[in-house]
Design a protein around this ligand. Structure first.
Ligand code: E4P
Length: 216
C-alpha cells in the first residue's frame, strides 16, 4: 500500500520524507488555509520535493471553473493530480480533464455508488473519507471494503485512496482491505512508528548493556 502525507506543510513533508520516501501528498483548501501561504507557490514547492503525485483541490462548483482551475494546476508540475468533488459537475470535469490527459482525484466520497460513478468517469484516484463517516456514527471502512469489492468485480483501474484518516487503525484496516493508498496526517504518520513495547525493549537492552564488562 502506498503512503501519502495529508498536509500542505512543507516542513512536515520534508520531515516525513527524510524518514521514508513518501509515495505522494494530498492537500485541500483547509490544509492550505492553515499554512497562510499562496496555494500555487506551496504546490510548486511540494512537487519539487515529492516524486509521486501531489493532489491539488479545485474550489469551483461548475464544470467550466473546475476545468480552468484543473488546467492551471496541471501546469505547475507533471506530478499534480487535480481534485474535484463528487458532484454532477465534478464528474463532468473528471471526464473532460481525464480526456486532456490530466489525472483526477474524486474527493468527498462517502458511498460505494459514488465511487462507482467516479470510476466510470475515469478518475485516477477515488477518495473515500473514513474519519468523517466515523464522526457521524457510520463505519467508514465498510465503504472502503465495498468500493474495493465493486472495483474488483469490474476490474476498474481507479485507485482507492483512503482519506480522512484519524488513527493507525484506519491505516491498518486500509492495508488489510487492499486499498491502494492511505493518506495520513503527520500526527498519524508519527504514531505508525511507535509501540510501547519497542520503547520498553530499548530501555531494558540499554540497562543490560551498561552491565556488560567493557574493554578498557
Ligand atoms: C484528503 O484528500 C482529504 O481532503 C483529507 O484527508 C480530509 O481529511 P479530514 O476529514 O480530516 O479533513
Amino acid at each position: 500500500m502506498q503512503l501519502f502525507l495529508d498536509t500542505a506543510s512543507v516542513q512536515e513533508i520534508k520531515a516525513a520524507n527524510a524518514i521514508i520516501a513518501l509515495d505522494g501528498v494530498t492537500t485541500n483548501p483547509t490544509l492550505i488555509m492553515k499554512e497562510g501561504r499562496n496555494y500555487n507557490e506551496v504546490l510548486k514547492e511540494i512537487c519539487s520535493i515529492i516524486k509521486g503525485t501531489v493532489s491539488a483541490e479545485t474550489v469551483s462548483l461548475d464544470v467550466d471553473g473546475m476545468i480552468k482551475e484543473g488546467i492551471a494546476f496541471s501546469k505547475i508540475a507533471k506530478n499534480i493530480v487535480v481534485k474535484v468533488p463528487m458532484t454532477v459537475e465534478g464528474m463532468k470535469a473528471c471526464q473532460m480533464l481525464t480526456k486532456k490527459g490530466i489525472k483526477v482525484n474524486v474527493t468527498l466520497v462517502f458511498s460505494a455508488n459514488q465511487a462507482l460513478l467516479a470510476a466510470k468517469s475515469g478518475a485516477f484516484f477515488v477518495s473515500p473519507f473514513v474519519g468523517r463517516l466515523d464522526d457521524i456514527g457510520k463505519i467508514g471502512m465498510d465503504v472502503v471494503r465495498e468500493i474495493k469489492q465493486v472495483y474488483d468485480n469490474y476490474n476498474f483501474k481507479t485507485q482507492i485512496l483512503v482519506a480522512s484518516v484519524r488513527n493507525p487503525i484506519h491505516v491498518l484496516d486500509a492495508a488489510k482491505i487492499g486499498a491502494d493508498i492511505a493518506t495520513v496526517p503527520y500526527s498519524v504518520f508519527e504514531q505508525l512508528f511507535n509501540h510501547t513495547l519497542t520503547d520498553v525493549g530499548i530501555k531494558k537492552f540499554l540497562e543490560d548493556w551498561e552491565k556488560v564488562p567493557k574493554k578498557r
